[in-house]
Design a protein. Structure first.
Length: 89
């Protein structure tokens, strides 16, 4: 029984080692990604430009939401009007 376990461990060792190396590389990439995201969030929060306004300015967000809703209703009226015209012809 011990010989079988030893043989199995010898056979699995390269796979386990490869899996651990892959997991280590993945952890490094995840860490790098989190660092990049943190840097972007910090930049947005400290910036006073357009991106900061879009992300952080709640009054601008509310105005943009209202504008989109109005555009949607106007678009719907135009579409409905075109459909009526096509039906009349």
């Amino acid at each position: 029984m011990t010989r079988r376990v030893d043989t199995l461990l010898v056979e699995l060792r390269p796979r386990l080692t490869s899996g651990l190396h892959s997991a280590d590389r993945l952890a490094g990439r995840a860490d790098s990604l989190l660092t990049d995201v943190h840097d972007m969030v910090t930049w947005v929060n400290t910036s006073r430009g357009f991106v900061h306004k879009v992300v952080a300015d709640t009054s601008l967000n509310a105005r943009v939401d209202r504008l989109i809703a109005k555009l949607d209703s106007v678009t719907q009226i135009i579409i409905d009007g075109q459909l009526r015209i096509k039906l009349r012809l």
